[in-house]
Structures are given as structure tokens and as C-alpha cells.
Design a protein around this ligand. Structure first.
Ligand SMILES: Nc1ncnc2c1ncn2[C@@H]1O[C@H](COP(=O)(O)OP(=O)(O)OP(=O)(O)O)[C@@H](O)[C@H]1O
Length: 370
């Protein structure tokens, strides 16, 4: 019961406020779900478990301005229903997270889901039979969700030009991620007939407009391998690079892992981080106390990290030296070979020249065609 003079306050302000707060509490208390299409025999169906990942943006080590920009972007998206209606586009946003392994791409997805209270659909593309199945899965996603395709570069032959991935990685520094990706990439590939156009339709074709307030997110360790059509602005609206640990990112980890905001060893670490590359995952691993409750854990963790950075720096120096030496050896070899070629050319001057020119032209043409 309330007095009549308060009627308008109660009906126009108080009750709407209570309803709005109730909705927020309901949203906070609702269990988020993590869906996958990779369980059981029917790959056209989602199954789910409760999503309980502890990652938050506070725990993500990255440059603070960049982090804030991502948070602002996400929050703006959630309030943009009218804007999307006005411009006649489906209310969805595409994010591309790229960077080396161990730089926080998966942690970032979890932090986004926790910030927005969205469900996560972890779409294993290699397990999707064809474009029809992809459409079916898409229709079955709910609003307020993040649809994730991890390691998009090795999910499928999206360009129609599948190469031998082992060969492609042979010359890279580390073969470990290549093998991991190869294993993921080949899984069920024979069965999947999803095409690039099917995937593009999924992202922004007519079918993508069913359901609203959805984020589509790709991750990759090799952004340069992706078909430009797949990640052009408008499809993947925001490209976020997660990279090796800089000093600002280190400070976040030191605060979270060791509860340290400053220390006289910080300057040394700043210099070492500028001189060598280490992923946030490795920095975190080195900072983490080896046994819980260790006395002086902060200092031990920082010294541990310094040792690891110095070691990494030395390994990089040796590798660079080796590469220089190899370049030098190859240079000498090239010189010897070109001397031999010069000698041959000198010997066949005159008659043979025009034929050689023709051969050269045709091989150039072949090269251009490829
Ligand atoms: N930027 C970061 N901030 C905080 N923790 C990080 C960060 N990057 C990595 N980590 C830590 O390292 C672990 C591995 O990181 P994560 O799986 O998110 O990396 P990733 O880039 O997704 O790697 P991959 O490409 O191999 O899947 C995480 O559990 C987290 O503890």
C-alpha cells in the first residue's frame, strides 16, 4: 500500500527499476553454458556443460589501453540493438584473435564470455559434415552468445588449395605447434565438406541474421594464412593481436601471481623483455611459486623469471649467429655456382643465346601463372 501522491513515482520509476534490477540478478545467477558439436555421434547437435572458466579481463596480461578498448567495444556492442536496426544489419560482431600459442587467445574468449554473461558455442568445423549441417547448427544457437572457431587456419581447406602442412612448417623454428595443428587439422577432415562460401554465408549471409546479439570469434596462430575474404573488415570487425609479453603485460602478471606492484628487479625485467621474446604463458609459468606459501615468493618468482629470460636471450643470440653463419656459407656457395654459370655462358656465346632467352621467358611465365 502506498499513498496516492506517490503513485507516479512508484509506477513510473520504482517498479521499472525493480524489474530491471531483477533481470540483472537473474542474468548474473544464470549458469552460462559451453556448447560443443563434437560430442556423441550426431554432429549436427550441440551438447553442453556448465561454463565455469575463471578468466576475467583483470587477469589478462596486455597493454591496459588495448584491453580497455576491447572492453569498451564489447560493452558498446551489447547496447547497440537500435543502431544495428537503423543501419539494417544483423546485430552481431566478428572478432579475430591472432598471435603465437600461449599469448592468451583462449583466456580472452573466456574473459569476454564472463564479462558479457554470454554462452559459448565452441564450433569444431572439422566435425561439421557440410554447409547444410553448418546452417543447422547456426540456427540452433541462442542469442547472447559467442560462437567460437579456434585455429581457423587449420580447421578446413577453406581456399580449396590444401597443401601438405608438415612441408609448409618444415623450415619454421618450432615443429611442436605444427604437429599439434596438423593433428587438429586432419581430424575428421575427410568427412567435412564445409566450404569457404558456406562459412562466409554463416558469418554474414542471409542465414546469419537468424538470432541476434551474437559474437562470432575466430582464433589463429597464423593470420597470414587466412583467406582475406574471411577476415575482411565488416566480417571480422575487430582484429586483436595477442603477442609476446611486454612490460605492461608483465606488471599484470606480477600483480596477479605475486601480488607485487613494484620491485627493484622490475627494471631489469623491463630491459630483458625488450631484448627477448617470451609469451605471457611462459612468463606466468616462471613467476608462479613452486610451492604454495613459500616465504619470499615474490623475489624468488622474479629471479626465476630473470634466469629464464636470460636463457631465452642466449638461445636467440645463438640462433641468430647460426643463421648468419648459414647465410654466409650459402653466399659463398652461390658465388661459386654463379662463377661456374658465367664460365658456361662465356663458352656458349653466340648461337645458344636466343634459345636460352626463350627458355628464361617461358619459365618466368610459368612462375607468374603459379
Ligand atoms: N595474455 C595473458 N594473460 C594472462 N595469462 C595468460 C596470457 N596468455 C597466456 N596466459 C596463461 O597461459 C595459459 C595458456 O594461454 P591460452 O590458452 O589462453 O593461450 P592461447 O593463445 O590460446 O594458446 P594456443 O594458441 O596454444 O591455444 C593460460 O591458461 C593463462 O594462464
Amino acid at each position: 500500500m502506498f499513498k496516492d501522491k506517490y503513485r507516479s513515482i512508484i509506477t513510473e520509476s520504482y517498479i521499472p527499476y525493480v524489474i530491471e534490477e531483477g533481470k540483472k540478478i537473474k542474468k548474473r545467477n544464470k549458469f552460462q553454458k559451453l556448447y560443443t558439436n563434437c560430442n556423441g555421434d550426431d554432429r549436427d547437435l550441440w551438447t553442453y556443460v556448465t561454463f565455469q572458466h575463471p578468466a576475467t579481463f583483470d587477469a589478462i596480461a596486455m597493454e591496459p589501453n588495448k584491453k580497455q578498448e576491447i572492453i569498451n567495444d564489447l560493452m558498446a556492442f551489447t547496447k547497440s540493438k537500435e543502431y544495428y536496426n537503423k543501419i539494417g544489419k544483423a546485430w552481431k560482431r566478428g572478432y579475430l584473435l591472432y598471435g603465437p600459442p600461449g599469448t592468451g587467445k583462449s583466456s580472452m574468449i573466456a574473459a569476454m564470455a564472463n564479462l558479457l554473461h554470454y554462452d559459448v558455442y565452441d564450433l569444431e568445423l572439422t566435425a561439421v559434415k557440410d554447409n547444410t549441417s553448418l546452417r543447422k547448427l547456426l540456427i540452433d544457437t541462442s542469442k547472447k552468445s559467442i560462437i567460437v572457431i579456434e585455429d581457423i587456419d587449420c580447421s578446413l581447406d577453406l581456399t580449396g588449395q590444401r597443401k601438405n602442412q608438415f612441408k609448409e612448417y618444415e623450415n619454421k623454428d618450432s615443429k611442436v605447434p605444427a604437429i599439434k595443428e596438423m593433428a587438429k587439422g586432419t581430424r575428421d577432415k575427410k568427412k567435412s565438406k564445409v566450404t569457404l562460401s558456406g562459412l562466409l554465408n554463416f558469418i554474414d549471409g542471409l542465414w546469419s541474421a537468424c538470432g541476434e546479439e551474437r559474437i562470432i570469434l575466430f582464433t589463429t596462430n597464423h593470420v597470414e594464412k587466412l583467406d582475406p575474404a574471411l577476415i575482411r573488415r565488416g566480417r571480422m570487425d575487430k582484429h586483436i593481436e595477442l603477442s609476446y609479453c611486454g612490460f605492461e603485460a608483465f606488471k599484470v602478471l606480477a600483480k596477479n601471481y605475486l601480488n607485487l606492484e613494484s620491485h627493484n628487479l622490475f627494471e631489469k625485467i623491463r630491459t630483458l623483455l625488450e631484448e627477448t621474446r617470451m609469451t605471457p604463458a611462459d612468463v606466468a609459468g616462471n613467476l608462479m611459486p613452486k610451492s604454495p606459501g613459500l616465504e619470499n615468493a615474490g623475489e624468488v618468482g622474479l629471479e626465476n623469471l630473470i634466469l629464464a629470460l636470460e636463457k631465452a636471450k642466449e638461445v636467440e643470440r645463438l640462433k641468430a649467429e647460426e643463421a648468419l653463419k648459414e647465410d654466409g656459407d650459402n653466399g659463398e656457395l652461390d658465388e661459386e655456382e654463379s662463377d661456374e654459370e658465367d664460365d658456361e655462358e662465356d663458352g656458349s656465346e653466340g648461337e645458344g643465346t636466343s634459345d636460352e632467352d626463350e627458355d628464361d621467358d617461358s619459365s618466368d611465365e610459368d612462375f607468374l601463372k603459379i
